[in-house]
Write a protein that binds this ligand. Sequence first.
Ligand code: C5P
Length: 247
Amino acid sequence: MPENNTPSDKAKKPACEKPLEKRLIVALDFSDEDTTLHFVEQIDPDLCRVKVGKELFTSCGPSLVKILVAKGFDVFLDLKYHDIPHTVGSACRVAADLGVWMMNVHAMGGQAMMEAARNVLNTADSPLLIAVTLLTSSGQKELDALGIASTPVAFVRKLATMAQTAGLDGVVCSAQEAAMLRKTLGAEFNLVTPGIRLATDSSDDQLRICTPEQAINNGVNYLVIGRPVTQAKDPCKVILTINNSIR
Ligand code: C5P
């Protein structure tokens, strides 16, 4: 389990080496630079990290990532690379040059692909490298249709174990899978989880939701939260509320 369980645990060096208040990753799911920069002016890089995904990256490209890094934000580049090993390795190399803090690949690209990514991100200052296992939009029906004879839980465990064997730093997983993965993969492996909602949030398109506190108790290291923060009247206040709830 991560570092916030008992007083003696708190005294130890955290497994993920990050202070509690930086466990929050705000998903910058915007489509243009002006909106993104207006939003980030309202939040503090000392209190959260940010995620740049396919929409924002496709619209604004590497230059916006560099601006965010220059503003002091730890950037999680969420592009979920899935290609032949050589191409993924090359993409990871140029992504690392942007100065991002974390990036990801698809575990379904296989062990050789993940190892190719790991091999180019192999220095102490390389970004953290994590893998997406099974997308939370996929379940038993999708596995059956693909001819994959497994349950979602067993498949997630298999892919996450493969990611760990390939030397990756962690996986993206649902909060429901986190406790099982923490037990299977040990304390040092990072678990990064979307689908987080404050207890007071009304429901939206995220189905299997979890509060920040529940996610942390399940062994999650980093919480990915988008709309509850980006659509708030006072994003900074929501960030502080989340940080206080997991302190
Ligand atoms: O607004 P919301 O909090 O739902 O945003 C969640 C973020 O996490 C989005 O950027 C979404 O694409 C991402 N994500 C997710 N589920 C996954 C993987 C990523 O919601 N399985």
